[in-house]
Design a protein around this ligand. Structure first.
Ligand code: SAM
Length: 261
């Protein structure tokens, strides 16, 4: 292994420790302090909705296997670094041979981390919407900027050693999640990450699709609960109606569900 590869691996290991050991607890404290201060001043938080799902810490939900983080720098539209680390841990826990499915590739930062943290025999499929494609449902206001890009998955495409080999596990799919034919993947996923359109109709539709994709004992994780109103409403309605046991991962906008074995 070249020295630069060794350094890259060390940095990637340290990034997980930072994300879960420092960023997650301290950003929680900072958020709670800001919320208290706003409440005292009678100012609502425009970026954070009231939420109802029960919370659980990530390590009660996901076995803690060793993980690494690359491309840790967050762009607008990406998950937070703490959320990326939780997703990396979830990918590391996917049994060999199961699939990982992501709805909403964007720049491929999460896709890359799902690929490098999962077993070499695990395939990663990621779906994104070509900008010119008509959609089955309306996108939410403000989502177009994430759709309009020359190519999805830029960050896994440009990835170099020592992670390059893992990107061969990634299959980029193109289409509208509202009408995409996933039937070849039904019941095969150890992890489904739902992070496409945040509009209510899409959040509902993609959730039902995730339930078809996930294998027994597999996991579904949603992003942007408490952030995008369509996602929050869809997940809370679902929990009220079906009592599935959805949990918000404490300190994140991720929601977690494990299909019974
Ligand atoms: C918030 S970004 C995803 C972020 C990414 N998962 C990450 O962790 O960095 C949402 C992505 O979903 C895609 N998208 C939006 N509507 C979609 C649809 N109907 N079908 C498939 N992809 C969609 C957008 O093009 C965008 O790339």
């Amino acid at each position: 292994m070249s020295e630069s590869s060794a350094q890259a691996r060390l940095k990637a290991k340290c990034s997980v420790l930072y994300a879960l050991g420092i960023y997650l607890p301290f950003s929680n404290l900072a958020r709670a302090a800001r919320a208290r201060s706003r409440a005292l001043r009678g100012k609502p938080n425009r970026h954070q909705q009231d939420t109802q799902l029960p919370e659980a810490s990530w390590h009660r939900l996901i076995p803690s296997r060793p993980a690494v983080l690359v491309e840790a720098a967050k762009a607008n539209g990406n998950v937070r670094v703490s959320e990326l680390a939780v997703l990396a841990k979830a990918a590391a826990a996917v049994p060999a041979g199961r699939e990982i499915i992501e709805i909403g590739t964007f720049d491929g930062r999460t896709t890359l981390n799902l690929a490098i943290n999962s077993d070499p025999a695990t395939s990663v499929f990621t779906l994104d919407l070509p900008p010119e494609l008509a959609t089955k449902f309306s996108l939410d206001h403000g989502e177009r900027k994430f759709v309009e890009k020359p190519v999805p998955g830029e960050r896994y495409r440009r990835c170099g050693p020592p992670w390059k080999d893992s990107t061969a596990k990634i299959t980029q799919l193109l289409g509208d999640s509202g009408s995409f034919d996933w039937s070849a993947h039904f019941g095969k996923a150890g992890l489904v990450f739902v992070d496409g359109s945040h509009a209510y109709d899409y959040a509902k539709h993609d959730t039902e699709m995730a339930f078809q994709l996930v294998a027994p004992d597999g996991v579904v994780i949603w992003h942007d609960y408490g952030v995008w109103q369509g996602v929050t409403r869809a997940l809370e309605e679902l929990e009220r109606e079906r009592h599935l046991g959805l949990r918000q991962v404490r300190g994140t906008s991720l929601v977690f569900w494990r299909r019974p074995a």
